[in-house]
Ligand binder design. Structure first.
Ligand code: ADP
Length: 158
């Protein structure tokens, strides 16, 4: 059976922390769908089109990774695309506590069982989050070291 994983998130914007998790997950799965969860009530700094473009551009040479977007429950989206795994990155104990509950709920409510695979981030990436990158960017700071090089040009066209 083809092992398909969904890597869900807001990716507002994609950071090198996300990229690290994706690159390390590549040997584990045949296909990874980076799935941008879109909530029309929520305010994002970058549009859905921009966030899709950041990921498409960064992984354009990696055939195993594709990018899509969805609304509604992540677990429903996994079932829709036939993914058996959810991929999540863990940076801290707080991330772990939160993710554990979601993972247990997702497993319980899924008809075709969906397991969550956690990768612990590398120590050098513990402090990197889309939230701090957004704040830095909004304040005119240089975010170049926190985002993949392929998207630096795209970030400037906001
Ligand atoms: P969400 O709002 O669902 O957490 P994000 O786009 O912030 O969406 O994150 C998507 C996934 O990437 C989450 O599993 C998150 O823990 C993980 N992640 C984010 N930043 C890092 C990082 N620096 N190192 C490892 N994983 C990360």
């Amino acid at each position: 059976m083809t092992r398909i994983a969904v890597f869900p998130g807001s990716f507002d914007p994609l950071t090198i922390g996300h990229c690290d998790i994706l690159e390390r997950a590549l040997p584990l799965f045949e296909q990874i769908i980076v799935a941008i969860g879109h909530n029309s009530q929520k305010k994002y700094l970058f549009s859905l089109e921009q966030r899709l473009a950041f990921i498409e551009k960064t992984f354009e040479h990696e055939p195993k990774i594709s990018v899509q977007h969805y609304t509604g429950l992540t677990i429903n989206y996994c079932q829709k695309v036939g993914a058996q795994y959810l991929l999540r990155g863990v940076r801290s104990a707080a991330d772990f506590e939160y993710e554990r509950n979601i993972s247990q709920m997702n497993y319980q409510v899924s008809d075709q069982k969906v397991d969550t695979v956690f990768l612990i981030c590398q120590p050098a990436y513990t402090h990197i989050s889309s939230t701090i990158v957004r704040e830095l960017y909004a304040g005119g700071g240089n975010v170049g070291v926190f985002v993949p090089p392929a998207i630096i040009d795209l970030l400037q066209t906001r």
